[in-house]
Structures are given as structure tokens and as C-alpha cells.
Design a protein around this ligand. Structure first.
Ligand code: ADE
Length: 230
């Protein structure tokens, strides 16, 4: 079973959307497990504070290393990577998601406030991961994104269709346009080639469209070259 452990000060956020749809069915079926650790339950003192003011001054609050480390240490030490969701991290890619899905799971630490004390990042070997170049109010949604992307790749969750789709993204191309009935909708027909029954021509058209969309929308992906070479 693929195991996700999430450390957060908002445990009520979970499973949230991960309890529904594909991920929720797989969770109920025991394909993966979710254990949620409330960081605040490791705080001491009357106020149970998990954060404090930044050394050196400045705005916001910083997550305390003593409280967070106790929460991390309460999760069984095993071979799973320990990730800290943070806009400062290395960008999450489909390739990284595939590697995570192939492993035992992940321990996901959700940052809040202005940041996490640097010493706990180093001291507990946390690897910072970002889901994109924008700033969320905390790591919880990012952890859900990572788990959702990983769980759908687990054996039996999506069936055969996933491997093909994933190869195409890992191959560096965006998906080609899709159509379904009716044949004519608001004056727009389905491209006739898709109704021709000529599978070679359809494959060539789809490839051409995927390349066109990738060039237009994602010159960064296109510039990486070798589309289709995985
Ligand atoms: N926490 C806040 N913003 C984030 C981002 N973009 N990725 C991961 N974690 C975050």
C-alpha cells in the first residue's frame, strides 16, 4: 500500500477532495492510505503555539523547529521521502510524480506562516517541493495536488489509459483536442478526419495538433526537444 503521511496545523482539511472521485475510491479500496498528523498536538505550554516571530525581525511568523520536529519524529522513520511543500522548492514535475508513485509513499510537511525554521529543514532532511510559481496560503493544497497526481498512477487506479496519457506528457507534448457527439454543435463540426475511420491519418492529425498546441502554449516544453522520445 502506498502511504501518505501529512503533517499540518489544519488536519480537518483532509482528506477533503482526496476522499472523492478516483483518489477517494482508491483510498476506500486500500490502494493507498492517508494518515494526518496535527502539528499543534506536539505544541506545549498554555498557548500551544506552533509559530514565533522571525529572528532578525520582519513580517509574519515562522514555524518553530522544536514543535515541528516532534511531529516529524512521531511519524515512523522509513524509506519514504520527506517533502516540505513550499513555493521555494524544486518544481514538481510529472517525472517526479512518477518516481514518487513508484516508491513507498511520502511524508508531506505543510508549511504555513512566512516559513519554517531552516534548522528543522536541514535537521530532518526535508526536501522542498513547489507545485508552481504562485504563492498559496499554506502547503495543504499543494500536498493534495501531489497526492492526487501520485495516486492516479498507482496500479489499478486508472487502468491502462493512464500509462498512455502519461507517456505523452512525459514525452513533452500537450494533449491533442478531443471531440464527442453531436457531430455538429452550435455550428461547429467535428473535424472530418476524426470521422474518416483512417487510423493512420487520425494519429498524424493528433500528433500535428499536439505539436501545434505545445509550440503555441508551452514554448518551454517545445524547446526541450525530442518530443515522443519520452
Ligand atoms: N505553499 C505555498 N505556496 C506553495 C507552492 N506554490 N507550492 C508548494 N507549496 C506552497
Amino acid at each position: 500500500m502506498w502511504r501518505a503521511s501529512v503533517l499540518t496545523i489544519f488536519p480537518e482539511m483532509f482528506p477533503g477532495p482526496l476522499g472523492l472521485s478516483l483518489a477517494g475510491k482508491a483510498l476506500a479500496a486500500g490502494v493507498w492510505s492517508l494518515d494526518v498528523v496535527d502539528i499543534r498536538s506536539f505544541a506545549t505550554g498554555r498557548h500551544r503555539s506552533v509559530d514565533d516571530t522571525p529572528a532578525g525581525g520582519g513580517p509574519g511568523m515562522v514555524m518553530r523547529p522544536d514543535v515541528l520536529s516532534r511531529a516529524i519524529d512521531a511519524v515512523a522513520a522509513d524509506e519514504r521521502p520527506r517533502l516540505l511543500l513550499s513555493p521555494r522548492g524544486m518544481p514538481l514535475t510529472q517525472g517526479r510524480v512518477q518516481k514518487l508513485a513508484a516508491g513507498a509513499g511520502a511524508v508531506l510537511v505543510c508549511g504555513r506562516f512566512e516559513g519554517v525554521d531552516e534548522r528543522v529543514i536541514a535537521g530532518r532532511g526535508l526536501e522542498e517541493v513547489s507545485i508552481g510559481d504562485y504563492v498559496l496560503s499554506g502547503g495543504e493544497l499543494a500536498a493534495m495536488v501531489l497526492i492526487d497526481a501520485g495516486v492516479r498512477l498507482l496500479p489499478g487506479v486508472m487502468g491502462a489509459s493512464v500509462s498512455c496519457a502519461e507517456e505523452s506528457f512525459a514525452g513533452g507534448l500537450l494533449e491533442y483536442p478531443q471531440y464527442t457527439r453531436p457531430r455538429l454543435w452550435e455550428g461547429q463540426p467535428i473535424p472530418t478526419i476524426l470521422l474518416s475511420g483512417d487510423h493512420a491519418k487520425i494519429a498524424a492529425w493528433r500528433r500535428h495538433e499536439a505539436e501545434r498546441l505545445t509550440r503555441e502554449r508551452r514554448p518551454d516544453l517545445w524547446g526541450r526537444g525530442t518530443p515522443g522520445a519520452n
